[in-house]
Design a protein around this ligand. Structure first.
Ligand code: GUN
Length: 300
């Protein structure tokens, strides 16, 4: 008798490749519209202080703008910068017709209230999708700017034709930037979406059991390697939003990036998984650029 084995073939969700495809599409779209005499979209990125990770993210956003033909301006303020000064600058950028998109990199120093900053940006220029008007529209499933990280994750799920309707999606982490909007988006009656969503957080009792029940797991808790192989249901889709830089003897630089998921243990049990780096990170930038081109009204 010939014995048969069922192999689960795990597929990588390649955010790097998909982001490059999106960049190419946006670039050719912009070439066309700009050659017809339309203005070049202009993004202003504001960085307050010298947080290392924020510096890297903003530099990467600016570089990607250059790659697709979006004009970008980076404004830097010292860590001691006061809230009033920042709000005044945002007001000036809101009124400047040349500027299509504004983003203020988070987190901000403690003397600045991030909610005031998010509310100060005109919703039409809020390419981060953090303004309460955009959040409200997102909840109501109305056209709006979607926050970049969850939007990038939706694009990945869509690209790989991942079935989401009726699935149990467990989101771990309730941040305003990732977990909260992700839980709303996957619960909407859309594709990707229409999931039964559980939003887990620091007060959740029995977190491991929730994770074990996930058909789709979004790990966005910011604890490197937290999710272990034994916590994963066979065939689950695992999206790793974590990105923590830790000292390592394995690399020349002496540092290595770690996700919230223990990839070696988890990958063999999954149907799909995002790598770190090269999964969610590049998709966040692709989603931001889609929003920026849309803010210039070139994507309808
Ligand atoms: N900090 C971490 N992620 C983000 C993001 O998507 N936008 C902004 N503005 N700050 C962040």
């Amino acid at each position: 008798m010939v014995s048969s084995y069922l192999f689960l073939i795990m597929k990588l969700l390649d955010g790097k490749a998909l982001s490059q495809t999106i960049f190419e599409e946006l670039k050719s779209k912009l070439l066309q519209t700009v050659s017809k005499g339309n203005k070049v979209p202009h993004l202003v990125a504001i960085l307050v202080g010298n947080d290392g990770a924020s510096e890297t993210y903003v530099a990467s956003k600016v570089k990607s703008c250059q790659q697709i033909g979006v004009k970008s301006t980076m404004l830097r303020y010292p860590a001691e910068c006061c809230e009033e000064m920042l709000l005044e600058k945002i007001q000036e950028l809101n009124e400047n017709k040349d500027i299509d998109g504004i983003l203020v990199q988070l987190p901000l120093p403690k003397q600045i209230n991030p909610e005031k900053v998010k509310e100060a940006i005109l919703p039409e220029k809020d390419v981060d999708g953090f303004h309460p008007v955009n959040i409200g529209k997102m909840v109501k499933n109305l056209p709006c700017f979607l926050p970049a990280t969850p939007y990038g994750i939706l694009l990945l799920l869509e690209k790989y034709n991942i079935e989401t309707s009726g699935k149990h999606c467990v989101v771990v982490g309730r941040s305003d930037i990732v977990g909260m909007p992700m839980s709303i988006l996957l619960g909407r009656k859309n594709y990707p979406g229409n999931c039964t969503v559980t939003l887990c957080h620091s007060a959740t009792v029995g977190l491991d059991d929730y994770i074990r029940s996930a058909d789709i797991l979004i790990a966005a808790l910011g604890k490197p390697q937290f999710v272990k192989g034994e916590m994963i249901k066979e065939g689950a889709v695992v999206i790793d939003v974590g990105i923590t830089r830790l000292p390592s003897v394995q690399t020349k630089s002496g540092f290595k990036l770690f996700g919230d998921v223990n990839f070696e243990e988890v990958a063999p049990k999954c149907s799909f998984i995002t790598p770190v780096p090269g999964g969610v990170g590049p998709m966040t930038i692709a989603a931001l650029l889609i929003n920026t081109v849309k803010a210039a009204e070139y994507l309808k």
